[in-house]
Design a protein around this ligand. Structure first.
Ligand code: HEM
Length: 374
């Protein structure tokens, strides 16, 4: 029996390909911010812990300053996590509402809980930064924020995989209609969640390579950031490649064949592997050469963006192929395009991007202020 609710009679106001393109691009940007948050918190936790343990030694001071360079930026990163999470959520609801609303209702208790976990996480990030900057014991705040962020990530992974399993929906709803019942075991959840968490460490390593090029940070701290960032990204990307293999192997044989047989998804898979190889080389070079110029940071940013885009596209393939195998074709929708609205939307979208670019350029041109804290 088909468990998907009936399709909304209101036609789509824009072509499916346009919604998909916007969805994948904005989701890739959300993932960039999420990965920086997840990994930046762990790196900040470790650096603040080690820095405090090392006391007043030179290394301790460097580690505390490196922790501060990350922690002062984490609240800003969190704003991007949230604001870049809204657009893909809206596009996903338009395209996959029948599946996504159902799974969200089924785990409604946890899904709504994200709001409160998010607020608690945000608060701990602010406290973490305040404590690092005042040279106080900060790592417990970072630890709490990490646990909260990891829990949020788990809820997202649970929902994004439950939406692909219409076969378990009825039993779950029968067991509990209040949304407090978690889905039965799914072999794809753990590899997918771990892939995102370890990806956070890769992103944090790349972020530290970028920070090593900032002139507002003291030179010894920049050298340290380049070294540690390189080592972190190097180790993490190797584990991430292994986890990517696990994510792939957790899919059914039909989905694996579909991913390999579709030229777009196959290209996205290879692009991700190419990006991972580029991360590996850049990270190894940074760990060994300890560069403090701006170039490696921009290279890290470019590689990170391309890799994330490839990952978002490949992940989209897993979803579309899985849903199609269960009777849900995302392309099968009535479309009545309202080009005036689409045009206005695209105009505002581009204008928004231009404004953001201008804001970033103002930030880059601002008079540098030393970030030294200890
Ligand atoms: C600390 C906060 C957050 C973390 C750690 C986080 C983490 C994640 C992770 C790990 C995924 C991928 C799940 C998977 O497919 O396995 C994800 C997907 C997603 N997140 Fe976030 N997220 C956060 C906040 C938000 C917020 C506030 C929003 C929206 C307002 C949001 C919107 C989305 C959407 C829409 C997707 C997936 C869309 C799709 O599959 O089409 N996230 N997030």
């Amino acid at each position: 029996m088909n468990s998907f609710p009936v399709v909304d009679p209101i036609p789509l106001p824009a072509p499916v390909w346009l919604f998909k393109a916007l969805h994948i691009v904005t989701l890739a940007l959300h993932f960039c911010a999420v990965e920086m948050l997840l990994g930046g918190l762990v790196a900040g936790l470790w650096l603040s812990f080690m820095g405090r343990r090392a006391g007043k030694s030179q290394l301790g001071g460097i580690q505390l300053n490196a922790a501060a360079a990350l922690s002062k930026r984490l609240p800003v990163v969190m704003t991007y996590v949230i604001n870049l999470g809204v657009p893909p959520l809206l596009f996903a609801q338009v395209l996959y509402g029948r599946a996504l609303y159902t799974s969200s209702v089924l785990i409604g208790f946890y899904w709504i809980g994200v709001i409160f976990l998010l607020m608690a996480c945000y608060w701990h990030i602010y406290r973490f930064n305040a404590k690092v900057e005042n040279n106080l014991r900060a790592w417990p705040m970072a630890l709490a924020a990490v646990i909260l962020a990891y829990a949020i990530a788990m809820i997202y992974t649970t929902n994004m995989t439950l939406m692909l399993r219409p076969e378990v929906w009825r039993d779950m709803y029968t067991a509990s209609g209040v949304g407090s019942h978690l889905p039965p075991h799914d072999p794809t959840v753990m590899p997918r969640w771990l892939f995102m968490l370890v990806g956070g460490l890769t992103a944090a390593g790349l972020w530290m390579i970028w920070l090593a090029g900032r002139k507002t940070i003291e030179q010894p701290v920049r050298v340290y950031l380049a070294t540690i960032g390189g080592r972190l990204a190097l180790g993490a990307v190797v584990i991430q490649i292994l986890l990517a293999g696990l994510v792939y192997r957790a899919q059914s044989a039909a989905i694996q064949a579909g991913l390999g047989g579709n030229p777009v998804y196959a290209a996205a898979g290879y692009a991700w592997l190419g990006g991972a190889a580029a991360v590996l080389l850049l990270a190894a070079w940074s760990a060994f050469k300890r560069p403090t110029g701006a170039g490696p940071g921009w290279a890290a940013l470019a590689i990170g963006l391309v890799t994330m885009l490839a990952m978002a596209l490949y992940r989209d393939g897993i979803r579309d192929l899985t849903l199609a195998s269960k009777g849900f074709d995302v392309w099968d929708r009535v479309v009545v395009t309202n080009w005036t609205i689409v045009g206005l939307f695209l105009f505002l979208f581009v204008a928004g991007l231009v404004c953001m670019g201008w804001l970033v350029s103002v930030l880059l041109r601002a008079k540098p202020v030393s970030e030294k804290v200890a």
